[in-house]
Design a protein around this ligand. Structure first.
Ligand code: SNW
Length: 342
């Protein structure tokens, strides 16, 4: 997908006094004159100046800057290039056509994390790249965020998608759309070997870490009312606090908990099912074509065994949720149709 197809069109303006010296944009001089004189905030419908490059010979600078800002804003030339590209060039409405910008996490191993070279990898990362490829996009750029800011960053257009084991909930659907689900598992409390915490009752009166904005935080607020919650921006900070003893336990996703247990000799005190909130890719609400392409890619990755291969690679030994396996491998018998009453 290319960003710009035709050669640039030039518009030169001398704004002292405000007058148009030359226009090749197809807009009449009087129309542009009108733009330059009107309040910058008033609405106006203007033909889009796709591919236009605007040159100003400005005197004084402030007037010129204001005039340029007005024209760029009105013509859709100044912002992200998606505003100027046609649906054919940018069918998914991406911030930059041909590139998917992903908001993610650098410390949620093995879901999403950065390796020794600083590259994003993990189950969610590899699955997303595979799905993006099926949707025709191979350029996928991951950026680490705090979890708490991730969904709003997607919603306000800083990223095309959020990928970070993000559980689909009705509450979150108020902010973003989600692809179909691709992972369902547990939320886990981990602690040190000698904390004495053996189950959820053991959390009474203890300091429990949660990452801000997570389902763990919401669950703990509702259910661990006798624990003191300590909110962290990310898992690494929370685990450092567990290791230093400033909190007694941390509540996070099952597989990430497992990785930290192996790394620091921590133990699991409780696993809480979160199957009602399977993880999905978070997408801004106004991108139905993008969502459709991701859903189609996900379904194909599940049906041809790619999902299963990635699951076994990143979560070895973990129980496999059957609903994402190829249909032929799903053993669960469907609920029988209701029979006539006795
Ligand atoms: O709800 C689970 C889902 O069932 C699966 O186990 C993957 O994790 C979840 O989506 C929960 N994840 C948390 C959340 O959505 C934390 C995400 C994170 O720390 N990256 O809030």
């Amino acid at each position: 997908m290319t960003q710009r197809v035709s050669s640039a069109t030039f518009l030169a303006i001398d704004v002292s006094p405000v007058s148009i010296v030359r226009t090749e944009t197809g807009l009449s001089k009087s129309f542009i004159d009108q733009i330059l004189r009107r309040p910058l905030t008033a609405p106006l419908s203007l033909p889009r100046l796709d591919n236009a490059v605007i040159k100003l010979n400005f005197r004084p600078a402030a007037v010129a800057a204001a005039a340029l800002a007005a024209i760029l804003a009105l013509s859709g030339c100044g912002g992200s290039s998606s505003a100027t590209s046609s649906p054919a060039e940018n069918p998914y409405g991406l911030i930059e056509p041909g590139t998917i910008r992903v908001a993610s996490l650098g410390d949620s191993k093995p879901y999403t994390f950065t390796d020794a070279q600083g590259n994003f990898t993990g189950f969610d990362v590899e699955l997303f790249k595979d799905v993006a490829h099926r949707a025709g996009v191979d350029k996928v750029v991951f950026t680490g965020q705090d979890f708490s800011g991730l969904l709003s960053a997607v919603a306000n257009g800083q990223f095309d998608v959020g990928v970070a084991a993000i559980g689909i909930t009705d509450k979150r659907k108020e902010t973003v759309d989600f692809s179909s689900g691709y992972l369902a598992g547990y939320l886990t409390v981990i602690t040190t070997k000698n904390s004495g915490i053996k189950d959820v009752d053991g959390l009474n009166g203890k300091r429990l870490g949660v990452v801000q904005g997570t389902l763990q935080e919401a669950y703990a607020v509702r259910n661990f009312t006798s624990a003191s919650l300590v909110r962290f921006p990310d898992n690494n900070t929370a685990i450092a606090a567990v290791n230093s003893g400033s909190v007694d336990a941390h509540f996070l996703d099952y597989e990430a908990a497992k990785a930290y247990q192996e790394q620091y000799g921590l133990i699991s005190a409780a696993d809480i099912p979160s199957f009602d909130a399977p993880a999905g890719f978070a997408i801004a609400k106004d991108k139905p074509a993008f969502k459709e392409a991701l859903d189609k890619g996900l379904a194909a990755a599940m049906e041809d065994g790619t999902w299963k291969k990635l699951y076994q690679k990143w979560f070895p030994g973990s129980p496999m949720p059957e609903q994402y396996l190829p249909k032929a491998e799903q053993t669960a018998t469907p609920t029988p149709a209701p029979t006539a009453s006795k």
